[in-house]
Design a protein around this ligand. Structure first.
Ligand SMILES: *[C@@H]1O[C@H](CO)[C@@H](O)[C@H](O)[C@H]1NC(C)=O
Ligand SMILES: *[C@@H]1O[C@H](CO)[C@@H](O)[C@H](O)[C@H]1NC(C)=O
Ligand SMILES: *[C@@H]1O[C@H](CO)[C@@H](O)[C@H](O)[C@H]1NC(C)=O
Ligand SMILES: *[C@@H]1O[C@H](CO)[C@@H](O)[C@H](O)[C@H]1NC(C)=O
Ligand SMILES: *[C@@H]1O[C@H](CO)[C@@H](O)[C@H](O)[C@H]1NC(C)=O
Length: 253
């Protein structure tokens, strides 16, 4: 009996290893550096630049001009600390004028510059797939965001395309001849300002419902503190533990 199963498996292996359905290797999401991964000096630099766009976003959204789209503000910064350009989401003109695409287009036009190698892009919210791709095409060295897509969608009930920026970034290995990912993503910088002061809780029943309010379809066991799928108290962990105990005990008899 076993030799037939082995033969079938061997044939299946031979057939499956003959060629690939996939034209290239599936990319792992690229690493996202978090504030804890940075030196104190680098973190201070990014926090100051994040504060600058957060302040602009707060001013424009809630004080000066009351433009809801200004929650998404982005800047282009030279590593010497100079902010070259700052702009906001101009969704009132076109729904693809997000903070990032807008600041790249406006700054390129202003400086007659088509590539941003050697520069950093700051954004109050993690980039959507369109903007992440734009930042990659534009050649930035680093993108630094405040509030993540998962927080915007799962916790604040904002409509989002559910692909995190580092999933797109992982596929950036096709952009250069070396076949590596060159754009560094630094996430969750100054979220203690961006999440409560720039963004709102748009969830139904919070009194802030707007055109982008959605009912999130997040996994019921999702937890922002879950690391690599394991939390000592997660239901998965408990189920796995119980299952192993049941198997272990049943093997005793
Ligand atoms: C925000 O508004 C305050 C008060 O009007 C002003 O002092 C500050 O320069 C503004 N900041 C930005 C980045 O627009
Ligand atoms: C910083 O870089 C910008 C853009 O390249 C340049 O215009 C500016 O002079 C530089 N400032 C310093 C202090 O080096
Ligand atoms: C990508 O590869 C090039 C060429 O080998 C190298 O110079 C560069 O440092 C690499 N960049 C990263 C981020 O790995
Ligand atoms: C946010 O956190 C930073 C440290 O990461 C701190 O310097 C800053 O004072 C905090 N701001 C607020 C409004 O809590
Ligand atoms: C709206 O959102 C803010 C910020 O998230 C929150 O503090 C507030 O309770 C929400 N509801 C109302 C009615 O403002």
């Amino acid at each position: 009996m076993y030799k037939y199963i082995f033969a079938i498996l061997a044939v299946m292996f031979a057939v499956s290893s003959a060629c690939s359905n996939s034209p290239w290797k599936t990319a792992s999401p690229s690493v996202v550096k978090l504030p804890a991964d940075l030196s104190a000096a680098e973190l201070a630099f990014h926090e100051a630049k994040m504060m600058e766009i957060a302040q602009y976003a707060i001013n424009e959204t809630y004080h000066n001009n009351k433009i809801p789209n200004a929650i998404f503000t982005a800047s282009i910064v030279h590593p010497n600390g100079t902010t070259i350009c700052m702009d906001r989401n101009r969704g009132e003109d076109s729904s693809i004028r997000h903070g990032e695409t807008q600041v790249i287009l406006a700054c390129s036009e202003k400086f007659k510059k088509n590539t941003w190698k050697g520069y950093y892009l700051y954004t109050t919210g993690e980039s959507c797939p369109m903007c992440q791709a734009a930042i990659m095409w534009a050649g930035f060295d680093k993108v630094i965001y405040g509030t993540s897509v998962k927080t915007l969608y799962c916790e604040l009930c904002m409509s989002q395309i559910l692909v995190e920026s580092n999933f797109i970034n992982g596929y950036g290995y096709g952009l250069n001849d070396a076949g590596n990912v060159t754009l560094e993503i630094i996430g969750e910088v100054l979220t203690n300002v961006t999440t409560p002061q720039v963004f709102r809780n748009w969830c139904p029943g919070q009194g802030n419902e707007t055109f982008w309010t959605i009912h999130p379809k997040c996994n019921s066991d999702y937890s922002p503190s879950c690391v690599n799928g394991s939390s000592i108290l997660s239901t998965n962990f408990v189920f796995t533990f119980v299952a192993i105990m049941v198997i272990a005990i049943s093997m005793l008899f």
